[in-house]
Design a protein around this ligand. Structure first.
Ligand code: UD1
Length: 428
């Protein structure tokens, strides 16, 4: 299925053009050609960013933050785990933001197809090539943020080939196509899951623990350590797909200095935009903690099973580095601008995106109960297979090299989720 939607627009006054469904290459009448030319000229100043999976939980928040930061956004999303109305909500929030600030609304396009659909992708990329009578044509797309991937750990154990085909095979073809068009700034959605059992080894989770080439670093005791490339603790196929993709991208960057690639290792994204208009609303049954808590709060599940109460933590429940999704989204923009400014230490670089602080499952429940004034029925259950008791980032590298740090708290995340539930209730 290929649906194209467009929320334009980019008139300097910030007013919106009539809802059209064209890509820049589509044929139209003279009046539209002139208007298009105007829009194109304006767009030269504001680069386009292609976002795969841009309507999902992290993708939609990142799309919104990109639009707020004046980027034009092209979303490619097959809607397998997202809803199309998210497009309108993101557009509405971005438009409100720009109206309040008196700034022009960038353009936003949706191409509802799989990122692996090269037959649909090529004409899309063709339409963003600059027309040049001499030299190599260039793309107006200044970078790609790649979210589209399968991410359910348990499913990946049952269907590993499905995961390797989409997450790894898809990435190889996608990167090759982008390379053909000279689009070589790439932000990859990785995960703290690459650290696996290293999270509980007692070693602080620095990026160097899972490195793609030999790394020398100063450890927490001030001693210089040399780390060989590799990753030893991954516990499931989903995690391995993320590590393998990082490896492929590291090799690609090493082979061609024109590529600038960043792999962002997310810790535990939670919360939502404070408006409550965007949120974690997966089509599939959730397995992550906060989406399950939401199901309990809305009465769809009778209680929360807390997996494990005998971890070596302050209250026996597992500890995670919960990062507000808006902070996480802004981390992508920091990565993109650092990459495009040529300021990355290397043309392939990994970064942890986390707060650097841990909260337990019990902390999450207590915070949500306090914020919502609602009791959350819960029971202690056995540990979940493949879980670790503790996983918290060392966030120094991203703070220093991307000039980015988190600003929001767990309480903010819970408050914003309550807003999301209110908005949903009103819509019913
Ligand atoms: C999970 C994935 C990880 C992925 C990350 C991103 C697993 C094993 N790992 O990490 O690969 O990158 O999400 O979102 O799934 N919990 C409960 N009850 C529930 C659900 C969760 O007690 O109903 C507990 C879990 O046991 C865990 C903590 O909450 O201790 C966080 O769980 P979850 O949100 O699934 O994230 P991770 O397991 O950290």
């Amino acid at each position: 299925m290929e649906i194209e939607r467009r929320s334009d627009v980019t008139t300097p006054s910030g007013s919106e053009s009539p809802g059209s469904v064209d890509t820049p290459a589509t044929e139209r009448g003279n009046l539209f050609d002139e208007l298009d030319e105007l829009l194109r000229r304006h767009s030269v100043e504001t680069p386009y960013i292609l976002v795969t999976g841009g309507l999902g939980f992290i993708g939609s928040h990142t799309t919104l933050e990109l639009l707020k930061a004046h980027y034009n956004v092209i979303v490619v999303d097959n809607l397998s785990n997202a809803f199309e109305d998210v497009f309108d909500r993101v557009a509405r929030l971005a438009r409100e933001f720009h109206e309040q600030n008196g700034t022009p609304m960038p353009s936003m396009h949706l191409h509802a197809h799989d990122y692996r659909d090269t037959a649909a992708l090529r004409p899309l990329l063709d339409s963003y090539q600059t027309e040049s009578r001499w030299g190599t044509p260039k793309s107006k797309i200044a970078g790609v943020i790649h979210f589209a991937a399968y991410k359910a750990v348990e499913e990946s154990i049952r269907h590993p080939l499905k995961y390797y085909a989409n997450n790894v095979g898809g990435l190889i073809d996608f990167a090759a196509t982008l390379g053909d068009y000279g689009i070589k700034t790439f932000i990859f959605s990785s995960s703290a899951t690459v650290y696996g059992t290293l999270a509980t080894s007692g070693l602080p989770l620095k990026e160097e623990l899972c490195a793609h080439k030999e790394e020398v670093y100063i450890d927490h005791d001030g001693v210089s350590q040399t780390i060989q490339p590799g990753c030893t603790g991954i516990t499931n196929p989903y995690g391995r797909t993320k590590w393998i993709c990082e490896t492929i991208l590291a090799d690609l960057a090493a082979s061609d200095p024109e590529w600038t690639i960043v792999a962002l290792r997310y810790f535990n994204p939670v919360g939502c935009d404070p408006s409550g208009l965007l949120g974690e609303d997966p089509r599939q049954a959730p397995t992550n903690l906060l989406p399950v808590v939401i199901k309990v709060m809305t009465g769809q599940y009778s209680e929360l099973s807390m997996f494990g109460s005998d971890w070596e933590t302050k209250d026996g429940t597992a500890v995670r580095d919960f990062i507000h999704v808006t902070d996480l989204a802004r981390g992508h923009i920091a990565a993109l601008s650092t990459a495009n400014a040529g300021k990355l230490a290397e043309n392939f670089r990994t970064f942890n995106l986390g707060t650097g602080y841990g909260n337990s499952v019990m902390d999450v429940v207590n915070t949500m109960e306090a914020v919502s004034s609602q009791k959350i029925p819960k029971r202690v259950a056995d540990r979940r297979k493949g879980d670790v008791g503790y996983c918290v980032a060392v966030a120094d590298r991203s703070q220093q090299e991307l000039q980015w740090k988190t600003e929001k708290t767990l309480k903010d995340a819970c408050t914003d989720i309550c807003n999301f539930l209110e908005v949903r209730k009103m819509a019913m």
